[in-house]
Write a protein of this length. Structure first.
Length: 217
């Protein structure tokens, strides 16, 4: 098992990094641009990163999210899809908008809520992050501070499962939320998506899940 130590990197195409931004300015910007937008914001104690998602970023994110849905359905696990909900905590002066997120273990605690308050509500149980350009902000540090238990990270086709342990993310071979799933299977299905249609891919993945949970004869 490997503990990850992400570093802040210079901004790249599709990203803008602003420095010395107050929390109040970040909140005002959120309110002004509203929910209907094509950008994502990440804030870390004065640093504000503005990201414009690209197709090569959105497509694997959608595929991985679809796999989560299949797992939940076949394993009969209730989930809440939180998508790119803004996760923010003013006490930490940190905020992020994940590529996708899910409530799984804490589904019953969030069911019926219309708004999240991370001062009192738990963070998502699973966050998905797809990196096709280098992030300028330590998003793993943001999620660790918020207590997100698990991240699935896809960086230019390389898939990692990360679990929060003692305040740091540790790379693991199997998912915390779905122990039946090894990281190698997600990587395999993402690679197959380059040559196989998405409908066929999801159908094949569903068959694989059913094979894993089939009672022994």
């Amino acid at each position: 098992m490997t503990t990850t130590t992400p570093k802040t990197k210079p901004p790249t195409e599709g990203r803008v990094l602003l420095q010395n931004i107050t929390w109040e300015t970040y909140e005002r910007l959120l309110n002004e641009i509203g929910d209907h937008r094509n950008i994502r914001l990440h804030y870390d104690r004065g640093l504000l990163e503005i990201m414009t998602p690209l197709f090569e970023h959105e497509n694997p994110k959608e595929l991985i999210s679809a796999l989560v849905g299949v797992l939940a359905e076949e394993l009969n696990i209730e989930i809440i899809r939180a998508g790119s909900t803004t996760l923010k905590n003013p006490d930490l002066a940190r905020a992020s908008e994940p590529d996708s997120s899910f409530y799984i273990q804490n589904e019953s605690s969030i069911k019926g809520k219309r708004r999240l308050d991370l001062k009192t509500d738990p963070p998502p149980d699973l966050v998905i992050e797809v990196d096709v350009t280098s992030s300028s902000i330590d998003r793993e540090g943001i999620y660790a501070a918020m207590g997100v238990p698990e991240i699935w990270r896809c960086d230019r086709g390389v898939v990692q499962f990360l679990q929060l342990r003692s305040g740091n993310y540790v790379e693991t071979g199997h998912s915390l939320a779905f122990p039946v799933l090894p990281v190698t299977e997600v990587a395999k299905f993402l690679e197959q998506s380059q040559t196989v249609g998405e409908t066929t891919l999801i159908r094949t993945f569903r068959a694989w899940v059913r094979e894993q949970i089939k009672p022994e004869a």
